[in-house]
Design a binder for this molecule. Sequence first.
Ligand code: GLY
Length: 330
Amino acid sequence: MNRRKFVQTIGALAPLTTLSKNLSAFEGNVSQKKSIVISTWSGNTKANEKAWEQLIAGKSALDAVHQGVMVPEADPEDMSVGLGGLPDRDGIVTLDACIMDHAGNIGAVMGLENIVHAISVARLVMEKTPHVQLVGDGALQFALEHGFEKENLLTSKSKKAWKAWLKQSQYNPMTTVEEIEKRIEKNHDTIGMLAIDSFSNLSGACTTSGMAYKLHGRVGDSPIIGAGLYVDNEVGAASATGVGEEVVRICGSHTVVEAMRYGHSPEEACKIALERLVKMKGKPYCQKVQIGFIALNNKGETGCYSLLPNFTMAVRNEEGSNVISSKSLL
Ligand code: GLY
């Protein structure tokens, strides 16, 4: 569609303010974008580096985010993702992950047990099935049929942490900011990663072991397209971290992308999504939970914002590796 036709088409549909913002998104899409990768949390600079290697080798953003998030998934020291992730209330490690490419292809797994690379299974759901989500035993069966090996994901370290939690003898999963902060001592909780490749395409991946000591069967935001992750190649992409229940409540990542669609910068868009939660649930409620968003628009501009302080975003581009401390709403 040429510019004139585009103006005619949406001119009939949109008020002028929306129109000018839509036009800038359109113009951004036709310019050449530079490769970039961003992730939730400073601890993910190693994951970014892996993704960056893919991008500079000419691989797709999809390959980059896939390979990138596999780094923390395989790290037994990382207690929020994959191997070594903190278990649920019953001591069972269950993983959630999703992936989305520039063409709107999506795949997700939820409550996956005994498979380190949940993101690889999510990608296979996307590429090898007519479905977009597989859960629990079905997801495991599918993974095994595709050659994945069963592994024990509960390390001695995560088992020790679970046993210590059990001593409290009360159901108090990680929903408060204090609990989240304990988990992010190493600047990490769920990896959401977004990238633009040399073809100017965007993709994203999100993977987690979920809220520690959750009820068995609980699913958070991370494997839910639109909540933990969303990509629209004509606009941008977003991903989330923190208390998944709150991200799901506002369709978090989709809300961020929609705000960018209407002309907001990535940082403003993340803030707008958080403001929606505060409006819905009120300040006293929101002061007890942490969530954070990262966003990347189709021009390669980045931004992040969190409800409470101490959220960080890791960035890798041709200028090198950088960590951005997020502004917070409360
Ligand atoms: N954001 C991860 C979760 O709540 O499961």
